[in-house]
Write a protein that binds this ligand. Structure first.
Ligand code: SAH
Length: 508
């Protein structure tokens, strides 16, 4: 097969020419006979998409000439592959507006490297475990052996086993320890705008099936076969995080799909997360739709909550606890409740709704506490729910000494570590706060305790609670042992998809 190489600068004008429009790609044999015509609607602004379409066209058609005709802009231009003699022009924009539009002379958006027609292939090394083959979508750099062809950071590549059998296609990023993240294991599946539309649609159908209609984690990365993509839906608003370079390149296609499926009131990106630096990307946040008021109100379990999409923690609200908040109903009736690490007071509000006598919420963040107070007012619980901006570690210690007592203590601290080296410290942190909480609980009261540290396994967490109980000289009896809400699905072959541990226990 003859391979044609194409300068990426052909792609750059396409990106400008076709954003959101309708376009026709026509390909020709050298004789001038047309080989294929593809009509593409809602063409993505994504450079990557344009690149994929072009390379695929070249791969399947023998051609030396590509004519691109955007129906909307009247853009008309001819291109030739770079394996033409150098004295022939490689790019002949035919009218002035084209030049003005795309600023070709300054080479804006131009990536100087050449794209190989057809996807680059990567082969797993011999003698590695069967993790990838048996379903895990991540391929680490040290698991890869040979490769064929070249791939730009963020390109879609093909993955093969060491003996050459096809495994899947996914994003490639040489700057990341996770070199490839697989999107599909079906060789016939094309990764294009439609692929992302279909995946997001399927994720939405699944949420609806499970009854998560108003607010939900619409896309939970690997668990929805969209690695490194997070989308939270807060009624008519969507908040997205693209946490790997590969998915970042499809942001345009993702936003177009969300517009088509939901016609939302607004889409916002909360990409102000350090993990993006590991992928060589900057941190940023901002609108991906027309600007809108980012302070919204959502309904959950019959309560109302203020959510600050722009400045709240993570995507603004912790949807993973939405079912667990309901689970406290039977253990807070008539109780004096203490909620440490309360953020905007979501568990506190639920405790009040389920009949708590008094609720005190603590958080180190003044912003969170101010929103918690507004949530109490919004729900008419300002007499029951009080909030204080304090360091929970200090206060719990002090209040044990002072002999304060509660009927129920809720603990939902932030992740204590993201690195394996610090797991022991994280476990020590859990032991400390749970030990103190148990000492604050009246006999027969309840501990409601959570851990969202991914690296602390359910077994480790339960052991830690057991150790804390031993040290506190209390007997604990399990009421419920839970995990994250099922709009954050757990994939058995991707252990990191199960991260939330949630225990309700009677403290005797
Ligand atoms: N339960 C909440 C989420 C809690 S997130 C909900 O479901 O909405 C963890 C919270 O712990 C964050 O709001 C963070 O500000 C707070 N936090 C972190 N360190 C803290 C500390 N030392 N003392 C008190 N709060 C702390």
């Amino acid at each position: 097969m003859i391979k044609f190489f194409l300068f990426a600068r052909i792609v750059a004008p396409l990106r400008g020419a076709c954003g959101g429009g309708l376009m026709v790609l026509q390909t020709f044999y050298p004789s001038g006979v047309m080989t294929a015509q593809i009509v593409i609607s809602s063409f993505s602004k994504s450079l990557c998409t344009a690149n994929c379409l072009l390379t695929r066209t070249f791969h399947f058609c023998f051609l030396s000439k590509l004519m691109v005709d955007s129906c909307k802009s009247g853009f008309h231009s001819t291109f030739q592959p770079i394996n033409q003699p150098t004295n022939q022009p490689t790019n002949q924009p035919t009218n002035l507006s084209t030049n003005q539009l795309f600023n070709l002379s300054t080479n804006q958006h131009i990536n100087q490297s050449a794209y190989l027609c057809g996807m680059a292939k990567f082969f797993l090394r011999k003698k590695i475990g069967d993790r990838v083959v048996s379903g895990h979508p991540w391929v680490f750099g040290n698991e890869l052996g040979d490769s064929e062809g070249t791939a730009e950071p963020g390109d879609i590549v093909e993955l093969y086993s060491s003996n050459g059998s096809f495994i899947g296609k996914g994003y490639f990023n040489p700057a990341s320890q996770i070199r490839i993240r697989l999107l599909t294991r079906d060789k016939r599946e094309t990764i294009d705008d439609n692929f992302f539309y279909n995946r997001i649609k399927a994720a939405w159908e699944y949420r609806k099936l499970l009854g998560y209609v108003e607010n939900c984690r619409l896309v939970f990365g690997e668990a929805d076969q969209l690695p490194a993509l997070i989308i939270d839906k807060f009624n008519d608003y969507l908040v997205i995080q693209t946490l790997a370079l590969g998915i970042e390149k499809w942001k345009g296609a993702i936003v177009a799909a969300l517009q088509k499926i939901f016609s939302p009131k607004g889409i916002y990106e909360r990409n102000d997360v350090p993990v993006r630096n590991l992928e060589g990307m900057e941190q940023l946040k901002g609108f991906l739709s027309e600007p809108f008021d980012t302070n919204i109100i959502i309904n959950e379990n019959g309560l109302k909550f203020h959510v600050d999409i722009e400045n709240g923690q993570k995507t603004g609200y912790f949807l993973d606890q939405q079912d667990n908040r309901r689970a406290i109903a039977h253990v807070v009736k008539g109780a004096d409740v203490l909620e440490a690490f309360c953020y905007t007071g979501t568990f506190s509000m639920h405790a009040a709704k389920y009949g708590a006598k008094s609720v005190l919420g603590l958080d180190i963040s003044e912003n969170a506490i101010s929103t918690a107070r507004r949530n109490a007012t919004l729900n008419g619980y300002e007499d029951i729910c009080k909030f204080e901006a304090v360091n929970a570690f200090d206060v719990l210690k002090l209040w044990v000494k002072e002999g304060k007592r509660y009927d129920a203590v809720i603990l939902d601290p932030p992740a204590f570590t993201k690195s394996r080296e610090n797991i022991d410290k994280a476990v020590t942190g859990y032991k400390e706060i749970n030990l103190r909480a148990m000492k604050l609980i009246r006999p027969g009261g309840f501990l409601i305790t959570a851990s969202c540290t991914n690296l602390v396994t359910p077994e480790m967490f339960l052991n830690t609670i057991g150790e804390a109980a031993k040290d506190a000289k209390r007997i604990i009896r399990q009421v419920e042992w839970r995990t994250q809400a099922s709009d954050h699905p757990i994939l058995f072959n991707v252990p990191s998809t199960q991260y939330l541990k949630f225990l309700i226990a009677e403290v005797q």
